[in-house]
Design a protein around this ligand. Structure first.
Ligand SMILES: Cc1cc2nc3c(=O)[nH]c(=O)nc-3n(C[C@H](O)[C@H](O)[C@H](O)COP(=O)(O)O)c2cc1C
Length: 243
């Protein structure tokens, strides 16, 4: 594969929240997971476990607990955004945004017992061990997301499963043992919309050479303005978010 092809795949991958409910082929799911399998993991501990949920009753049950969580906890949390951030996402202004019932939910999990493969200094540092474990799981997640996109399929994460209450409820629904950590869920479906381009920070602003100058990183006021612009860009789209 040429660089330009890879770059274009990465540039056009999006979070798509308008998803069709039509089934998608099993071969597509297998290809997505085959890609995820090759993701690099810290110390090669390979903690990934992929749970493919196609059963409608299970998907509905997951959707129900996630929707409950979002409406009772997440949107009220979003409503605590400060004014400078702009565009608070509240139920009053945006409705409730329940999850679509995508035909496939891939639940990305890690087997915490595999942390035994870490050297002791990492294994017995909770912070370091967690960081290596989570980064390893996130690599598989993004490999899968890109693979789904390469197959013309839309994906949307349900990261709320990281919150303890949902973690427990989803594990209960799927009968997962204690030592399995639910990292995230990726819903996979046909897309219901064209997501368009996206607003990104310019490369020159993010790239630094050798030793940093004293004023090399954006000052806080400009940074706040940019955050606001990037948030608004979720609606506007495309181009670079300069200052
Ligand atoms: C770690 C991570 C967790 C995310 N969790 C969610 C989520 O739970 N729900 C959601 O709708 N989008 C989620 N997103 C999507 C981000 O909002 C999205 O990636 C970002 O706004 C940029 O848009 P793009 O993915 O279309 O490039 C998540 C993205 C990342 C990287």
């Amino acid at each position: 594969m040429e660089y330009d092809e890879l770059l274009s795949l990465m540039q056009t991958r999006r979070t798509i929240r308008a998803l069709k409910t039509d089934p998608i082929p099993d071969e597509a799911v297998e290809k997505i997971l085959e890609a995820a399998r090759w993701a690099p993991t810290g110390f090669n501990m390979q903690p990934n476990e992929f749970i493919v949920v196609k059963d409608e009753a299970l998907r509905k049950e997951i959707k129900r607990v996630v929707d409950d969580y979002k409406n009772n906890d997440f949107y009220p949390m979003e409503a605590t955004r400060e004014e400078w951030q702009g565009h608070p996402w509240t139920m009053a202004t945006h409705g409730t945004h329940d999850l679509p019932l995508a035909p496939v939910f891939i639940v990305f999990c890690g087997d915490t017992r595999r942390r035994v493969g870490l050297p002791m200094a990492a294994r017995y540092s909770r912070q370091k061990g967690d960081s290596i474990f989570e980064s390893s799981l996130s690599n598989a997640f993004i490999f899968a997301w890109l693979a789904a996109h390469s197959l013309g399929l839309a994906s949307c994460p349900i990261s709320a499963v990281k919150y303890p209450k949902l973690q427990g409820l989803v594990k209960h629904i799927l009968n997962l043992p204690d030592y399995i950590w639910v990292y995230d869920i990726l819903m996979i479906a046909e897309s219901e919309m064209d997501p368009g381009g996206k607003l990104t920070r310019p490369l020159a602003e993010m790239t630094h050479q050798d030793r940093a100058k004293d004023d090399e990183f954006m000052d806080e006021e400009t940074l706040r303005k940019q955050i606001k612009k990037l948030r608004a860009g979720n609606v506007a789209r495309h181009g670079e978010a300069g200052q």
